[in-house]
Design a protein around this ligand. Structure first.
Ligand code: NDP
Length: 286
């Protein structure tokens, strides 16, 4: 029987999720339909669309810009949140909470939220054989993407985290918020600084800013060095990666993170693990 999935966003026409999940389903030998779902940009419309989708027999939904926080609020009031979604303050994966359904909850009351973005990054970095255990990591950016990766990075065993952001107060507020939300994060001393003050030797330097969208370049100090540089952006030439490649670092864009977070959503929905490296190779030749 065909299992139904959607990715919901606004805009949504650009989303690569249907192609990615179609490849996953082919690998897992499952018949699926995975559609792009446009939604007006307001919480009431989002809730109505999602409830109708699950009531109509939908199995799972991915959530993208601008609805990740709306989805979080929707799940707080319904089927609950995973630890990663709670700490990220955002949801990218929706499914039904089977325990609540068994206990008599309605479908609308059982909508549950997870967040696989950060673990998708960790899994991609691991697949590149970049060592995360005991790594000194610098993370640049203090928006939604940075917020979602901090707990998974700490869980992966990094020894040291410095969070740099153009607006320092956003970095310090983020660390305070996350330390209050998670004991694991509170135990880790996270240093903060402005992006231009970030200096020293790191194992991994991660760009989680949206600067790649604007074509501007980050003000990086000559005193900043890393063995590995990762940019969460993908699909274009990234000056951040060029900067570190010229200084001898290994580099990667965020395409593998995109596939990695999708694979984890697919696994939550179907119980099927995906060979991400194989699917990435197939998609890159398309
Ligand atoms: P947000 O809008 O929440 O945050 C943007 C961040 O970028 C802020 O820290 C902001 O700093 C910083 N920034 C923006 N412009 C500049 C600039 N000109 N100079 C310095 N810093 C700047 O975005 P998100 O966190 O949601 O997304 C960040 C990036 O991550 C995007 O490019 C997105 O595409 C990518 N991403 C990739 C994923 C993947 O699967 N590969 C998944 C999720 C996100 P300030 O606080 O000072 O404004």
């Amino acid at each position: 029987m065909t299992q139904h999935f959607i990715v919901i966003g606004n805009p949504i026409a650009h989303s690569k999720s249907p192609e990615i999940h179609t490849q996953f389903a082919a690998q897992a030998g499952i018949e699926i339909s995975y559609q792009r779902q446009y939604c007006p940009d307001d919480a009431a419309s989002f809730t109505a669309v999602i409830e109708a989708f699950f009531q109509g027999g939908g199995v799972g939904a991915n959530v993208t810009v601008p609805f990740k926080q709306v989805a979080y609020n929707c799940c707080v009031a319904r089927g609950g949140l995973s630890e990663h979604a709670k700490v990220a303050g955002a949801v990218n994966t929706l499914l039904l909470n089977k325990t609540l359904l068994k206990n008599g909850a309605s479908i609308a009351e059982a909508i549950y939220g997870d967040n696989t973005d950060g673990q998708g990054l960790v899994n991609h970095i691991t697949s590149l054989d970049w060592p995360l255990k005991d790594a000194r990591v610098a993370l640049i950016g203090a928006g939604g993407a940075a917020r979602g990766v901090i707990l998974p990075l700490i869980e992966a065993g990094i020894s040291d985290l410095t969070l740099a952001n153009r607006t320092l107060s956003k970095a310090t507020n983020l660390v305070n918020d996350l330390s209050a939300a998670s004991e694991t994060i509170a135990k880790q001393q996270i240093k903060t600084c402005t992006t231009d003050q970030l200096s020293g030797a790191f194992d991994i330097i991660i760009n989680a800013t949206s600067i790649g969208l604007s074509g501007d370049t980050l003000p990086l100090s000559d005193e900043l060095s890393g063995h590995y540089a990762y940019d969460m952006m993908y699909g274009r030439t990234l000056p951040f990666l060029q900067h570190f490649a010229e200084r001898g670092a290994q580099t990667s864009d965020g395409y593998g993170m995109l596939i990695g977070q999708a694979a984890l959503s697919f696994e939550r929905w179907t119980g099927q693990a995906i060979d991400v490296v194989k699917v990435t190779e197939i998609l890159q030749t398309h």
